[in-house]
Design a protein around this ligand. Structure first.
Ligand code: NAD
Length: 348
């Protein structure tokens, strides 16, 4: 049987290899590296092909495809969101993704993206906090202590110097799990009995709950002026976390407005409610936080360019580390037009 040529082999990073890679690099370094890839891509935002993700909704969840291209590489992520999954012993969010060469159309990387999504979402939150959170923010409340929570905490530590996390989850065992995982992180971790208690003294409030409904994780009177809210759990039509009154008075930042208006907290607001796309803050064409009393809100839903940055980062790691296997997933006949001949010869 003919062997596939090296150019037709596609590096594949399994969950196992992703864990080895992240442990090899060190999680805080990986988060910081990812943050710099995201910043680089947000600087060249206008070069990307952009479209709201393609979502397939069901009563229990959503399956989405998230494509984008910078003209040289093309990437997409397959991701689901099924809040009921954890009660069945499954993840709420799982994902995999692919990066391809625009010139040939050939894939150059296939990778798990469940861990990578947690890393890139956390890196993105911390990049946003660097520009929008009050100066010298060192305390974050995190409401919803599931799969994303440790990643969110560690990215804030690595990127903005967070010192304390105050945890609240309606399921106490989730907060205990998060606290246990962060025990040697260098963060001061406080488990709280209510969201009101969790947000006391917090400069940043992260909401990261999973529930397919218009929930009120933060009501209007809970949020004082001057805080930065990082709302990342509401990311689907009919799935929000904040009271509308908070949206009326906060300065709102989004990734890509056409997608966030459908999926984010701002689905509760009129279609023309003012928002700032965050890339404009990165490029300096719009200001970030304007004063210490301003309430800033990042209405984060996750956008394809962040996954593209994450795919680029892993592609670069694949060249310098052994944490991948090569997959024979592209047909590669010696004569490109003799696909059938290759099939026939393989039976000989
Ligand atoms: P998860 O299911 O592992 O954790 C969610 C946690 O929220 C659970 O521990 C649950 O008990 C808690 N919770 C639910 N309702 C609550 C409430 N009313 N008060 C307090 N706690 C509550 O999910 P996850 O993987 O951590 O993801 C969390 C959310 O973030 C999901 O909705 C997911 O879709 C979203 N998400 C967004 C992005 C993004 O880029 N914006 C990326 C990944 C995940």
């Amino acid at each position: 049987m003919t062997q596939p040529s090296a150019k037709a082999l596609v590096p594949f990073v399994s969950v196992d290899n992703m864990m080895r890679l992240v442990n090899h690099i060190g999680i805080e370094r990986a988060l910081t590296d990812l943050a710099s890839y995201i910043v680089e891509d947000f600087h060249r935002w206008e070069r990307f092909d952009k479209t709201p993700r393609v979502a397939n909704h069901s009563e229990v969840g959503v399956i989405e495809l998230m494509p984008t291209s910078d003209g040289e590489a093309y990437g997409f992520k397959y991701v689901n969101g099924h809040p009921k999954n954890t009660s069945e012993g499954l993840q709420t969010v799982t994902a995999f993704g692919l990066l391809a060469d625009v010139y040939t159309g050939y894939p150059v990387l296939l990778t798990e993206m469940t861990i990578l999504t947690a890393l890139r979402t956390a890196a993105m939150s911390a990049v946003v906090a660097k520009y929008l959170a009050p100066k010298k923010s060192d305390t974050m409340a995190i409401i919803g202590n599931g799969a994303q929570s440790e990643f969110q905490s560690l990215a804030m530590k690595a990127i903005i110097g967070l010192k304390t996390v105050r945890l609240y989850d309606k399921d106490f065992s989730a907060s205990q799990k998060c606290a246990r995982n962060l025990v040697n992180s260098g963060l001061n971790v406080v488990i709280c009995n209510s969201p009101e208690e969790a947000i006391q003294g917090a400069h940043i409030i992260t909401t990261c709950t999973a529930d397919k409904q218009n929930a009120t994780i933060l009501s209007e009177n809970m949020v004082g002026s001057g805080v930065h809210i990082n709302a990342i759990g509401g990311d689907c039509p009919g799935k929000t976390e904040l009271a509308r009154g908070i949206l009326s008075r906060a300065r709102i930042f989004v990734e890509y407005a056409p997608q966030t208006r459908v999926e984010g907290e701002i689905q509760q607001m009129p279609k023309n409610h003012p928002v700032t796309e965050f890339w404009r803050v990165i490029t300096g064409s719009e200001p970030g936080r304007q004063d210490s009393r301003q309430t800033t809100l990042f209405d984060g839903v996750g956008f394809a360019i962040e996954d593209f940055s994450a795919l680029r980062y892993i592609r670069d790691q694949v060249h310098v580390t052994p944490y991948h296997v090569n997959l024979d997933m592209l047909a590669d006949p010696d004569d490109p037009r003799d696909l059938y001949g290759m099939l026939v010869r393989s039976s000989a």
